[in-house]
Design a protein around this ligand. Structure first.
Ligand SMILES: *[C@@H]1O[C@H](CO)[C@@H](O)[C@H](O)[C@H]1NC(C)=O
Ligand SMILES: [Ca+2]
Length: 333
């Protein structure tokens, strides 16, 4: 009888561990220099250590990598030359978007990429459309005049080469999740982080000068291969801004994978998102497809109640088992 409760206790422990080890903490992180862009940007564009290539209007100083200046019709990009074979990674980006344009008279923002194709100019924030992989757009200009959304707006898109980014709708049709961020012309440092681990994609921002990560969104069921390239690109049109990348750091996450993952060729995975697994939360926008509310007070209460009951059951089972052992011991001696 007591043994039958064993699996339940184990499950409960896993559950508790799963909720405790969330987000940026909890995992040991390792900076990967070959995928990182750090001041004073050694190895950028140089022939001796060419880790990064840049194209278009991108300009390098000792303090920042400027993808576009605050001028019309410019586009620039910077791309890592080394394909990323990490299964679980986290990217921290320090950036600065600033310019002389008044409210809503500036654009267009920048994109961060984890894609198969690199250094190919195109219409999506200065880079190729119908890409393969992951894109995060930091869109500063609402092209869709009917939108009730507040810009600047971060959104993500996963593409297997078939989808087009619709600029006139700010990419809304293909968007998986997003959030509003107030990042333009700030006097303090602004950061964002992308974490991809075991199919879970999390984006966080640190833009309020509080030195803490705030959740933008967190979705599951995202499949991305290894062997793609990190990059950043930006474009201006009739409206412009300076789009500066100050640093881009990629960390390896030390995460355990189930044994069956060993049999998969990770370089052959098609980028996709499974609609069956719903995202954890997306409070921002009630109209999106893949959204559900965050844990409500009631759900939290039920969860705690279950946990408490579970702990009591485990304690009782433990006591019973212990007592039986004692009895057995008595018999032996
Ligand atoms: C690519 O994605 C589209 C839509 O998401 C899907 O219909 C298509 O089958 C996918 N193609 C491949 C090769 O996976
Ligand atoms: Ca836009």
């Amino acid at each position: 009888m007591a043994e039958a409760w064993g699996p339940y206790c184990l499950f409960l422990l896993l559950l508790l561990r799963g909720t405790a080890g969330d987000l940026t903490d909890g995992n040991s992180e390792h900076l990967k220099r070959e995928h990182s862009l750090i001041k004073p940007y050694q190895g950028v564009g140089s022939s001796s250590m060419p880790l990064w290539d840049f194209g278009g209007s991108t300009m390098l100083t000792s303090q920042y990598v400027r993808l576009t200046p605050d001028e019309r019709s410019r586009e620039g990009s910077i791309w890592n030359r080394v394909p990323c074979f990490l299964k679980d990674w986290e990217m921290h980006v320090q950036f600065k978007i600033h310019g002389s344009g008044k409210k809503n008279l500036h654009g267009d923002g920048f994109a961060l990429w984890y894609t198969k194709d690199r250094l190919v100019p195109g219409p999506v924030f200065g880079s190729k459309d119908k890409f393969h992989g992951l894109a995060l757009f930091l869109d500063t200009y609402p092209n869709d005049e009917t939108t009730e959304r507040v810009f600047p707006y971060i959104s993500v898109m996963v593409n297997n080469g078939s989808l087009e980014y619709d600029h006139s709708k700010d990419g809304r049709a293909a968007e998986l999740a997003g959030c509003t961020v107030d990042v333009r012309n700030q006097n303090h440092d602004t950061f964002l982080a992308i974490r991809y681990s075991r199919g879970r994609l999390t984006v966080m921002t640190d833009i309020e000068d509080k030195n803490e990560w705030k959740n933008c969104f967190d979705i599951s069921g995202v499949r991305l291969p290894t062997g793609y390239f990190f990059g950043a690109s930006s474009a201006t049109g009739d409206l412009s801004d300076n789009h500066d990348i100050i640093s881009l750091k990629v960390f390896q996450l030390m995460v355990e994978h189930p044994p069956e993952d060993e049999n998969v060729d990770w370089t052959k995975i098609e980028p996709s998102v499974s609609l069956l697994k719903s995202p954890k939360d997306n409070v921002d926008d009630p109209t999106g497809n893949f959204r559900s509310g965050p844990l409500t007070g009631w759900k939290v209460f039920m969860l705690l109640l279950c946990a408490l009951l579970g702990i009591i059951v485990c304690a009782v089972v433990g006591a019973v088992v212990f007592q039986k052992r004692q009895e057995r011991n008595k018999r032996f001696y």
